[in-house]
Design a protein around this ligand. Structure first.
Ligand SMILES: Nc1ncnc2c1ncn2[C@@H]1O[C@H](COP(=O)(O)OP(=O)(O)O)[C@@H](O)[C@H]1O
Ligand SMILES: [Mg+2]
Length: 226
């Protein structure tokens, strides 16, 4: 589902005398259907950079990121913006470390939006959103409020529900359990296991060793650049 080939990325800090930070050097990685690969390495080793490149948030300087999109392969490094958006809509799910909340949009709407965008009827979207929010222990009294005032852990669970609302063939997870207690971490582990069982290819970053051991089929060592 994913074929990363020799990806390199150097950040150039133009505001700071053009200092160059080589973060990824010839990173290569393959992920199959139903498999969860965990990026592993010290803080600053480029885990988030690689994950953001897989979401086309960052453009590598070199290399290829081939993703299976329906019946075709798309190279995110070469693809035009409209193709990237199509891949994100249909193929690629993303749970970031922090929820970017939109003011005044209710939790239920935040969670169901990606499924609505695929043309699924609103009732079905709302039902799935409610199901996920329940599984993630987000109290029903919060569903009609905008998540901007929620606690960090509540916002993160809204973020996770949004990431799992579509059965994406590929899922990218950047520390989804970082601000969660053990009960909610366990709920996330279950969602990940279910996604793997339906064939999703997953790339994740998990600091919690218990979570990592439960979900990882393989660790991918980072940090050769540093
Ligand atoms: N947008 C950016 N601009 C400049 N430097 C960045 C940017 N994103 C990440 N970096 C730098 O790249 C290195 C790797 O960061 P990151 O990928 O976030 O590491 P990790 O997720 O493994 O902790 C760090 O030194 C970080 O400061
Ligand atoms: Mg990171």
């Amino acid at each position: 589902m994913i074929r990363v080939e020799n990806v390199s990325k150097t950040f150039v800090l133009h505001q700071q005398n053009g200092v160059r930070l080589p973060v990824l050097q010839n990173a290569s990685l393959e992920v199959n259907r139903g498999e969860c690969v965990v990026l592993h390495g010290h803080s600053g080793s480029g885990k988030s950079t690689l994950l953001r490149s897989l979401y086309a948030n960052y453009l590598p300087d070199e290399g290829h990121i081939h993703l299976r999109h329906g019946n075709e392969w798309v190279d995110l490094v070469q693809a035009p913006a409209r193709k990237v958006l199509e891949v994100r809509r249909q193929t690629l799910g993303w749970v970031s470390q922090f929820l970017r909340v939109i003011p005044r949009v209710s939790t239920l709407d935040v969670v169901m939006q990606p499924l609505l965008d695929l043309g699924v009827p609103r009732d079905a979207c709302a039902a799935k959103a409610a199901h996920l929010l329940t599984r993630l222990n987000v109290p029903e009294r919060l569903w009609h409020l905008a998540p901007s005032t929620f606690s960090g852990g509540e916002q993160q669970r809204v973020n996770i529900a949004r990431g799992f609302i579509v059965d994406y063939p590929i899922l990218l997870l950047d520390e989804p359990t970082a601000s969660l207690d053990s009960k909610n971490s366990a709920a996330v582990v279950e969602l990940i296991e279910q996604a793997k069982a339906r064939g999703a290819a997953i790339v994740g970053i998990f600091h919690d060793a218990t979570v990592r051991e439960r979900v990882a089929d393989r660790l991918h060592a980072m940090g050769v650049a540093s």
